[in-house]
Design a protein around this ligand. Sequence first.
Ligand SMILES: Cc1cc2nc3c(=O)[nH]c(=O)nc-3n(C[C@H](O)[C@H](O)[C@H](O)COP(=O)(O)OP(=O)(O)OC[C@H]3O[C@@H](n4cnc5c(N)ncnc54)[C@H](O)[C@@H]3O)c2cc1C
Length: 425
Amino acid sequence: MIFILNLISILIQAQKIAIIGCGIGGATLAQLLPSATVYESYYQCGGRINHVLIPGLNAVEFGATFFIKQNEYVQKQIEKRNLEIYKRDLGKLAVIKNKQIVLQKTDLDVINIVKMVYKYGLSPKRMKDITDEVLINFKSIYTFLESGQYYHNFNEFLQIIKLNDIKMNFTEFLNENEIDQQFQEEFVDAILLAIYNQKDVNTIAGLISMVAAFNDAYSIKGGNRQLIDEEKINVIHSKVDIIHRLKNGKYKIFNDQYDYVVVASLVNLDISFDNIREMNQFQYVKYQSTYVYIVAGKISQKYIGVNPEDLNTIVILDDGEVTELKQECLKCFSGWNIYKVQGRSELKLDQIFETHQIIHKKVWDAAYPQLSQNLLNTEFEYEKNFFYLNSIESLASCMEFMMIQAKNIANIIKERHNQMIHEDL
Ligand SMILES: Cc1cc2nc3c(=O)[nH]c(=O)nc-3n(C[C@H](O)[C@H](O)[C@H](O)COP(=O)(O)OP(=O)(O)OC[C@H]3O[C@@H](n4cnc5c(N)ncnc54)[C@H](O)[C@@H]3O)c2cc1C
């Protein structure tokens, strides 16, 4: 009888959880906390993971594209959902600066190494050693989170992955580690611009980008959005305009009250917060816009300086602007080649292509935060039981980081919930 009474009391007091946003962060959290309600303004989940389907081709991603095999949470979801992955061929890369090829990397590793050592000395090897060490240390976060523990702020997170004493910007870090200046300008900058569309970044984002550059990249056949199991998530497709903190400590969204709220989207002027410490400040964080075009066409050899069909990735650096062209396939679309083209603003495709047709265009106004901003000391719990999941993006923005942050918040909520049940019993 006592047991039944307790059970009833637990059921009555069942904690209500709201998640705002059904991108990879919100969706991962919802999969870990199945009773949560997710509010999503778009008609489908995925957020910054999305693709177009072109007959006969793998899904062409116009948001998050790559992951590496060491991304354990992405891998876990792939295995759980029985998804198939494929390796992205990034081998043949050219960096073009002021119409001159400054770096051309072929598929043949031995030739690459000899060429790179000749040009940049030991810097590429030193950089690779640093990224290997980052990957080894990063593994500790999985052991930590899988044992049910959680970090309270990002300093603790950085301590676990042994990057806590790095507070400087990436250029300072590279100089301190004696990375050759020319290697920084021709290789590191090209990678940073290709990944984050910006080169003045913090050291964490810089190192994460270098890890990606020195390891094989993969995507999921049929689209990375399958990392999200939408059928298992309780989604309401509505845009949340305001979240109120009430006197009883609960949070009001539309007409419902919640014990926990997790904002799992970048905060901009679209959403406001009533009586929630500092959250409105995030509306003034600067974001990097990114223009993505999926194009069928023929790149101008005159413009590039070499046969573009011999290259998988072309990065054009011109007066602080960057254009990145990724070859998706050759002669696959009624005899045309397909490219993904990315830049910071509207691109002059007529100059780059001899002939072209835009298949899809997406403007991400807020692709990532501007990573030069010093936001390293940010917390992510701004009021008791109110979490801003995406504040981790001030360190670096990638699918794996969002999944790690989701797992961490799930551990916190589960522990508080268990404590409450214990107190209740
Ligand atoms: C062009 C581009 C390329 C990228 N490439 C890579 C890559 O190769 N590899 C990688 O790992 N990462 C990459 N990223 C980064 C990666 O996409 C993000 O880090 C990650 O997808 C963010 O997931 P999220 O769930 O935190 O946020 P989001 O994906 O932004 O999801 C937030 C969701 O919240 C919803 N929403 C927003 N406001 C409200 C509201 N008021 N009410 C209700 N719903 C709301 C949105 O509609 C959205 O669905 C890339 C990003 C971009 C833009």
